[in-house]
Design a protein around this ligand. Sequence first.
Ligand code: HEM
Length: 230
Amino acid sequence: MRRVVALYRSSVGKKVLMAVTGFVWFGFLLAHMAGNLGAFLGQEHFDAYAEHLRVVGEPMLPEYSALWAFRAVLIATFIAHVVLAWQTSRQSHQARAVGYRKQENLSFSPASRFMRWGGVLILVFLVYHILHMTTGTLHPDFIAADASGHNAYHNLVTGLSNPLVAAFYVLALTAVAAHLFHGVWSLMQTLGAAHPKYKHLRRPVATIVAALVFLGFVSVPVSVLAGILR
Ligand code: HEM
């Protein structure tokens, strides 16, 4: 137990925990992206998928319970990730106050400098996004799921048909991609990929991951605006 506390207190331990909590969200993002791409298979497919999320685990578990368990994991890992980010940035500020000087061989990509503000933008987006697509509070044409089924496809397409809304999604996705780029980069450093033999892989791997997630997500609002999804 003492070792776990010591690991948590150390900055390396915090980075490992940030990597683990970030990885949970990365897994969610891949699943969410695959789910969204299902919109290209048509309204029926997409609505059935949304309905499936609601009843997953049935009949063993009551409706919505697996979804809520999953949401609890997402909320907990999100809060932990933000608290750890805040703590590590405070730790490095304090270290600097006692004369810590930047090591020249630690490289900071442009994405890393935007991590904090990008993180804030992602948080703002998430609050908006849930009020937009999940609860419908900020969605002018939202139709809630009822006994006759789910209206997820209708909500998705009408929600993104406003160019301003779609532009905000694209902006947020740019922040998500930059965040992922830096996250993968740091993860590979924490895992020891800073070893000279693997060092050259960090940039291409981080770029490919960030680009795939960006393109996968952005294809939906772009296709709505282009009239491909309607
Ligand atoms: C073009 C980009 C995106 C589109 C079109 C999109 C679409 C959607 C839709 C339609 C829902 C509602 C699902 C339902 O209730 O049936 C949803 C929920 C959600 N999305 Fe997204 N999303 C996008 C990007 C993102 C990103 C980048 C994140 C995370 C950073 C994210 C996180 C979430 C979360 C947390 C939920 C709530 C899931 C739940 O109900 O538990 N989404 N999204």
